[in-house]
Ligand binder design. Structure first.
Ligand SMILES: [Zn+2]
Length: 66
């Protein structure tokens, strides 16, 4: 499972693949994979807060987009 964050409303949910429509704002938003893949944030099963901050700040190209 991966964690996904809506670029519009910053809603976070866990799923294998991103939804077509955001469960929160119902928009066709971009979803960013904010799953942790490095030991610094606890590894798989955790959220990478650095990526969360990047999405919130609008540095979307820095986050892992699909
Ligand atoms: Zn949304």
């Amino acid at each position: 499972m991966s964690f996904w964050m809506c670029s519009d409303c910053h809603y976070i949910y866990e799923a294998e693949t991103p939804e077509d429509v955001c469960p929160e704002c119902q928009g066709k938003c971009d979803f960013y994979n904010i799953s942790c893949y490095i030991p610094e944030c606890g590894g798989p099963g955790n959220i990478d807060m650095r990526l969360v901050e990047q999405v919130k700040m609008g540095l979307k190209r820095e986050a892992h987009s699909l």
